[in-house]
Design a protein around this ligand. Structure first.
Ligand SMILES: NC(=O)c1ccc[n+]([C@@H]2O[C@H](COP(=O)([O-])OP(=O)(O)OC[C@H]3O[C@@H](n4cnc5c(N)ncnc54)[C@H](O)[C@@H]3O)[C@@H](O)[C@H]2O)c1
Ligand SMILES: O=C(O)C1=N[C@H](C(=O)O)CCC1
Length: 266
């Protein structure tokens, strides 16, 4: 098998550091360049705490994809940059693996058309943790039997987006099978705006942000005399790396855009 040549954006972030380690430790992965915000580093090996990789560091993403031959563009930056990078990768014939969130349905549809026209694989993964994918799948399964559900997502207080991509994805998956219903008392009033959380098709999503947390979610279903809770916790960024590895491998075999690893994992 040929090496999979990877460009990473955001190598010094929490996720980027783990991903650089993963690439370094995987025999058939090769880091060919990194994209950083700071003009301070020449090679990845110059970055504190990162493996001794000779990949050059760019601050201009377009220059990077023009100059470096690569197969996969791995983005672990922020929602705004992730959107720019996925378009850039597809434009220059690279397969994007995007870990950032915040894509609308229309944006995903448009990007899928671009990927298919270019015959390129692309993956947008709101959550790379295999346990979180199973949590979403189990929640969808339960939604066949319970129409009343609330989602509580809990993350570290450095997170930029709310609700989380995982919570939105979970709500979308539940929506596919749940009988539409406005939940709670028909006359309920919020004494403080936002008290009932965000509303997706009558389901409520609550976002908690606290130091000490990493990424956690509970999906709570209520029925006559019973409650079912489906729960997942990521305690460190290492929990996401098996999904990052799988995504890099799978994107090489795809010719379309896949949104969510539940579409890849049986
Ligand atoms: N899909 C998943 O499973 C998953 C898991 C964890 C985090 N995330 C998402 O991944 C992203 C990164 O998370 P994190 O915890 O590592 O965040 P972080 O803030 O620790 O790291 C982000 C890094 O991106 C860099 N960056 C920002 N803009 C950039 C640009 N224009 N070019 C190059 N680099 C740029 C920052 O300098 C920083 O080093 C976030 O959007 C987060 O929501 C996804
Ligand atoms: O740390 C984050 O930010 C995470 N974001 C994902 C989301 O928005 O669902 C999940 C994993 C951690």
């Amino acid at each position: 098998m040929n090496n999979i040549r990877i460009i990473i954006a955001g190598p010094r972030g929490n996720m980027g550091r783990e991903a650089c380690k993963l690439i370094h430790e995987t025999e058939y992965f090769e880091l060919v360049a990194a994209i950083d915000r700071k003009e301070e580093y020449t090679y990845v090996r110059d970055m504190e705490g990162l493996p001794a990789l000779d990949a050059p560091v760019y601050t201009d993403a377009e220059k990077c994809v023009q100059e470096v031959e690569a197969d996969v563009f791995l983005d672990l930056t922020n929602p705004e940059t992730g959107k720019k990078h996925i378009a850039l990768a597809l434009q220059y014939g690279l397969r994007p693996v995007i870990g950032t969130t915040g894509f609308t349905e229309e944006e995903i549809h448009e990007l899928r058309e671009k990927a298919e026209a270019a015959e390129l694989g692309a993956i947008i993964a709101p959550n790379f943790a295999i346990g979180a994918i199973l949590m979403m799948k189990f929640a969808k399964m339960a939604a066949h039997y319970f129409d009343d559900v609330e989602i509580i997502e809990l993350h570290h207080d450095r997170k930029l987006d709310a609700p989380s991509g995982t919570a939105l994805k979970t709500a979308e998956m539940i929506k596919e099978v749940r009988t539409a219903k406005v939940q709670g008392h028909p006359n309920e009033t919020e004494m403080l705006p936002g008290a009932r959380g965000a509303n997706v098709d009558g389901m409520h999503i609550h976002s908690v942000r606290l130091p000490g947390l990493v990424a956690h979610q509970q999906v709570i279903f209520g029925g006559d005399g019973q409650i079912l809770t489906v729960k997942h916790d990521s305690f460190n960024r290492g929990s996401f790396m098996s999904g990052v590895k799988l995504s890099i491998e799978q994107v090489m075999k795809l010719q379309t855009l896949v949104y969510g690893l539940e579409n890849i994992i049986e």
